[in-house]
Write a protein that binds this ligand. Sequence first.
Ligand code: PRP
Ligand code: ZN
Length: 216
Amino acid sequence: MTRERLRLALQKSGRLADASLDLLRSAGLSVNKGANDLLYRIDNAPIDVLRVRDDDIPTLVADGVADLGVVGLNVLEERDSAARAPEEIMRLGFGRCALKIATPDKAAYEGPYALDGVRIATSYPHILSRFLDAHGVKAEIVHMHGAVEVAPRLGLAQVVCDLVSTGATLEANGLKPVQTVMESEAVLIRAPRPLPAALAPVAERFVERVRGVTAS
Ligand code: PRP
Ligand code: ZN
């Protein structure tokens, strides 16, 4: 059976969650939170909002479980490159942050080659390893799933490669940013194949509305 409502995957909580809902509202959509925590209904358009972990959004959209999604470029770029990729529709201009190399000893960093033979803790092993390859540097990547900023104090790694927005987390942990690996912001993505005939015009109208409020 074909679906009659467009599915839009948004981050349930975290960096982009509130701003993503604000985007829908400023695009004129009325978000009905209802009782279902996984799904919000849009009252004035045939759209449902799937509320999930940001890391799952690229897969959900690539597989067509959701038709569209809003996710950080950092999450999009970190997904397994062998997996089917969603398509990027547009950058959204919010949720700006950067993936940065940070170290307790700023003076010791004179460029990417200073990372040679160093242990680097990160939640972004794919992006980091592409960065290291591009600079011909061989370092050891320690993959952590959170609290990356404590790795140097634990003696687990000498430096970290972590997401920075205000910089408060680094500062609180005595780390200084020395190198930007990638800049990130929220992006609107779509499934990599044509949508069902009934949903295509809904998606098109939605994208136009978003474009209208994302003057950039
Ligand atoms: C990132 C990062 C730091 C924090 C930095 O985590 O890992 O903990 O944000 O922000 P600041 O510079 O403003 O202090 P995030 O909230 O993205 O969590 P997640 O990666 O687990 O989703
Ligand atoms: Zn996450």
